[in-house]
Design a protein around this ligand. Structure first.
Ligand SMILES: Nc1nc2c(ncn2[C@@H]2O[C@H](COP(=O)(O)OP(=O)(O)OP(=O)(O)O)[C@@H](O)[C@H]2O)c(=O)[nH]1
Ligand SMILES: [Mg+2]
Length: 461
């Protein structure tokens, strides 16, 4: 287990890596952290005085240990503890591209730095108490955010607002544990016990705040990877055409031959800033040929991992009246939300036909009719609007698991209070809730969990 405490960073190797993504760009940044950072920064600077003032941008030629000039750039020194990692940190901004930054990094290695592992700068920041685990995880989520909603949700966590809530809940529960333990140690003559009704009200209050956090997860978990929205239906109903119409491009092959789509085609998209992954699938039927069978198998697999199904049928086969939708291929008992779409509504002869089938959206991939409404309906079915305006949205399975554990021990505690359980039992169940909150913050977290969290970061962060 790792307890959050100031780590003796002098015993750590000094790490270096390129913090900017590879490729051609205006600037690259090399980051160095650890006890040798200052010396390395001085050694690669050809500035005659080589004095690195704290947080001062020194424009200087940058040299290799053999004295060859690599580039000219800016070196900034952030002395411990006022740096990202809490250690001495040097940042070198140089011209972009792959070669210059690599040569500077090689110079750092030649001067005794070691390559930084994924997330190692942030891990050191966490271990040195610069941020808690919730904030450290938010750094990784912020970098990979591909929607403004996801970015905003993770930025709020990084700025410490989730941690503040968790700390508040922890302190309410811890105060109650201390009260209960005092009641165990002293007689009623020595202290006045807290009335049971007040204990119940404290626990209920925390429980309802935990519940409201947990209620955001169904939406929040879709923010990271995008909600999986799968277009399914029988062959030739216009699934691929609908997707192309939404994207305004010919992304998937369309033809009048049933069984055109074989592979599932996945396309990222934003609806009102909310990330989705649209999946076009092979038409569902008892296919004769082996390749199509495989495609139908993929369609079913995608149906199992979907957050929402768009079940497409044809509005008209005879160009006169809408066909009743055929949902034979839908899973019979599933809580998965489904939007039923009747496509090819341009083939219907008059508007009256459209009201003939309830609860279905009419679309025409050909004319674009109904596409905006379809997107709005997808958004409404996926996103509870109240969640998006919540202060904190739970986006991580780890946070969800820990909060569920808090909830279950508080529910037990409440029942115990109602049933007059011993003070001992109450205190011990509350302690379980407190330790789940500690895990969230990373106050006590098993090393393998930490390794797992930071291994998902990119190098240089
Ligand atoms: N009139 C009309 N024709 C459409 C519409 N949507 C698709 N089609 C036509 O219907 C045929 C089948 O379209 P696709 O998009 O390939 O159908 P699909 O459901 O993807 O079919 P499979 O890939 O075989 O499962 C093509 O000839 C399209 O041009 C529509 O809204 N109106
Ligand atoms: Mg298709």
């Amino acid at each position: 287990m790792t307890a959050l405490s100031v780590v003796d960073y002098n015993s750590h190797p000094t790490i270096a890596s390129i913090a900017t993504p590879p490729g051609v760009g205006g600037l690259s940044v090399i980051r160095i952290s650890g006890p040798k950072a200052h010396t390395v920064g001085q050694s690669i600077s050809a500035n005659p005085k080589r004095i690195l003032k704290p947080r001062y941008a020194l424009y200087t030629p940058i040299i290799s240990p053999r004295g060859e000039e690599i580039d000219s750039g800016v070196i900034t020194y952030f002395p411990s503890p006022d740096s990202y990692t809490g250690e001495d940190v040097i940042e070198v901004s140089c011209h972009g591209g792959n070669i210059i930054s690599r040569q500077i990094l090689d110079a750092c290695f030649a001067l005794g730095c070691e390559p930084a592992g994924p997330g190692e700068f942030t891990k050191r920041a966490f271990l040195n108490g610069k941020m808690d685990l919730l904030q450290a995880e938010a750094v990784a989520a912020l970098i990979v955010a591909n929607s403004s909603i996801s970015k905003a949700a993770n930025y709020r966590i990084l700025s410490g607002r989730f941690s503040t809530i968790v700390n508040e809940l922890r302190s309410i529960l811890m105060d109650l544990v201390i009260t209960l333990e005092a009641e165990l140690d002293f007689t009623e003559d020595e202290i006045t016990p807290l009335p049971t009704s007040e204990k119940v009200s404290l626990v209920s209050n925390v429980l309802s705040r935990v519940d409201s956090l947990l209620s955001t997860y169904s939406t929040g978990k879709m923010l990271t990877g995008g909600a999986v929205v799968v277009f399914v239906g029988e062959p030739n109903v216009g699934k691929s055409s609908l997707l192309n119409s939404i994207l305004s491009e010919e992304r998937t092959i369309v033809s009048n031959i049933p069984g055109t789509t074989r592979d599932a085609v996945e396309v990222p998209f934003l609806i009102k800033g909310f990330p989705v992954r649209f999946v076009d699938t092979a038409g569902l039927r008892d296919a004769a040929d082996a390749v199509e069978q495989k495609g139908v198998h993929f369609s079913r697999e995608y149906m199992n991992k979907a957050d929402l199904l768009v079940y497409v049928s044809e509005a008209a086969t005879d160009a006169v009246a809408p066909s009743p939708p055929n949902s034979d291929y839908l899973p019979k008992s599933s809580s998965l939300p489904v939007i039923h779409v009747l496509n090819k509504c341009d083939l219907l002869t008059n508007g009256r036909d459209r009201v003939a089938v309830d609860e279905h959206l009419f679309t025409s991939a050909l004319t674009g009719d109904g596409i905006t409404l379809l997107l709005e309906t997808i958004h409404t079915r996926l996103v509870r609007s109240s969640v998006i305006s919540e202060e904190i949205i739970i986006t991580s399975g780890r946070h969800n698991d820990a909060l569920r554990r808090v909830r279950s021990s508080l529910e037990i505690t409440k029942k115990e209070l109602d049933g007059g359980a011993s003070t001992d039992a109450l205190a011990s169940d509350l302690r379980i809730a407190v330790s789940a909150l500690d895990e969230l913050l990373g106050v006590t977290t098993a090393d393998d969990i930490l390794d797992n969290i930071f291994s998902k970061f990119c190098i240089g962060k």
